[in-house]
Design a protein around this ligand. Structure first.
Ligand code: HEM
Length: 245
């Protein structure tokens, strides 16, 4: 059967990647676009119940969706027969490594920041519902999780761009077939500095988690979306300048 050939298995990994990716990013968007603004309008009791009954379940699909997305993405790379130094230094390889780097940062935010923060917030809601005292760490944890979650929403715009760009435009005649190594180095340095700065900001390294000037791009959904589209405009602009044929 065609599906059990190497090409078929690579295709199955791609299919799993889409299923897992929509699960992860779909719930990320639900948290950011629906749940956070709705919770802000709810009374404490209703919010606590929703945290324990809805958010808790959503988080399970969210974090395991993230695991499967990364695992299936790495599997697709593993099936890629041209996955060698030549591929990685091509325009397509640069594009998929850029998207994957963003995915790995986002994955680290899910498991290293958002999930631990939510465990504190939800644990506190469970204790209060049982008649106990709120966890004093819950407020700060909620803010930490929110900032990381909005940063992931910001990154997701560029991530999906590079995922799709790899096979659907990177190979076009418009792009250099064999980019010079100096240009590749420039790409990785500039991209690395920008991505690291955004991520370190999400971790509160630049003056805390605000709200203050450094968290302004994350202070509302509108600002997150604007910042996300500005980021891809800057990255793609640089990509064109460096790699056009
Ligand atoms: C570390 C994380 C990730 C890795 C290693 C990864 C890896 C890959 C690879 C290798 C491809 C095939 C590229 C090609 O040759 O065309 C791909 C495609 C794709 N990925 Fe990811 N990915 C990651 C995260 C994500 C996330 C979070 C999403 C969100 C939904 C996503 C969505 C997609 C989509 C839509 C494609 C479609 C490419 C096409 O047009 O066929 N990926 N990814």
């Amino acid at each position: 059967m065609e599906i059990f050939t190497q090409q078929g298995l690579a295709f199955l990994a791609r299919w799993a990647h889409f299923l897992a990716g929509i699960t992860w990013i779909g719930i990320l968007y639900y948290f950011n676009f629906v749940q956070v603004p709705a919770f802000a309008e709810m009374e404490a009791g209703a919010r606590s119940e929703a945290l324990r009954k809805i958010t808790w379940r959503a988080l399970w699909w969210f974090r395991w969706g993230a695991v499967l997305t990364v695992a299936s993405g790495l599997t697709i790379l593993g099936f890629n027969e041209q996955f060698d130094a030549d591929y990685l230094s091509s325009v397509a390889g640069t594009s998929i490594l850029t998207g994957s780097a963003l995915g790995i940062i986002m994955f680290a935010n899910v498991w290293g920041v958002i999930w631990p923060a939510q465990k504190i917030a939800i644990g506190s809601a469970v204790t209060v519902a049982g008649g106990g005292q709120a966890d004093p760490r819950a407020g700060a944890a909620g803010r930490r999780g929110l900032v990381a979650s909005r940063t992931n929403t910001l990154f997701s715009i560029s991530l999906l761009f590079f995922m799709a760009f790899t096979s659907h435009l990177a190979g076009a005649a418009h792009f250099s077939a064999d980019p010079e190594s100096g240009r590749l180095v420039t790409w990785w340095v500039v991209f690395g500095v920008i991505a690291a700065a955004i991520e370190l900001n999400a971790l509160g390294v630049f003056g805390g988690l605000g709200p203050r000037i450094n968290t302004r791009p994350l202070d509302s959904i509108r600002n997150v979306l604007i910042s996300g589209f500005v980021l891809i405009a800057v990255l793609y602009g640089l990509f064109e300048v460096l790699f056009k044929a």
